[in-house]
Design a protein around this ligand. Structure first.
Ligand SMILES: [Zn+2]
Length: 130
């Protein structure tokens, strides 16, 4: 990962595209909306460019996690489909609070399904971009 300045125009386009799709601009991995950064889907070192279709939003924490652990080891889109552990745990405990009888496996499957669908939406959105 290396940092360089991106044009304000591209930043605004990427941000707005996420906001349009989900109602709010947030991390594509953990759904948290702060400390957002612009991630190159195809790395600059692999001839990725600065076009709109090559960017998605990740929070600082997930961005760092991808470049430390995921990069070069697993497919980016596969990594994105795996629910963020901390978020999943928060949802599990909320569900358990509301319904003590909720089978945890159903909650888990629901989160995983949602994350897969969400990733596909983001993927399609970046394909449509210019
Ligand atoms: Zn994140």
């Amino acid at each position: 990962m290396f940092t360089r300045s991106l044009s304000t125009r591209i930043k605004r386009l990427v941000f707005n595209r996420h906001a349009e799709l989900f109602g709010v601009a947030a991390c594509s991995k953990c759904w948290i909306g702060d400390e957002l950064e612009y991630h190159h889907i195809i790395a600059v070192n692999d001839m990725g460019d600065d076009s709109l279709s090559n960017f998605i939003l990740l929070c600082h924490r997930c961005h760092k996690q991808w470049h430390l652990e995921g990069d070069m080891k697993i497919d980016f889109w596969e990594w994105l489909k795996i629910p963020h552990t901390e978020v999943a745990n928060q949802v599990y405990s909320l569900a358990a609070e509301y319904n003590k009888n909720a089978p945890i496996i159903m909650v888990k499957e629901g989160i995983e399904k949602y994350q897969r669908e969400r990733t596909e939406k983001i993927r399609k959105m970046t394909e449509k971009g210019s």
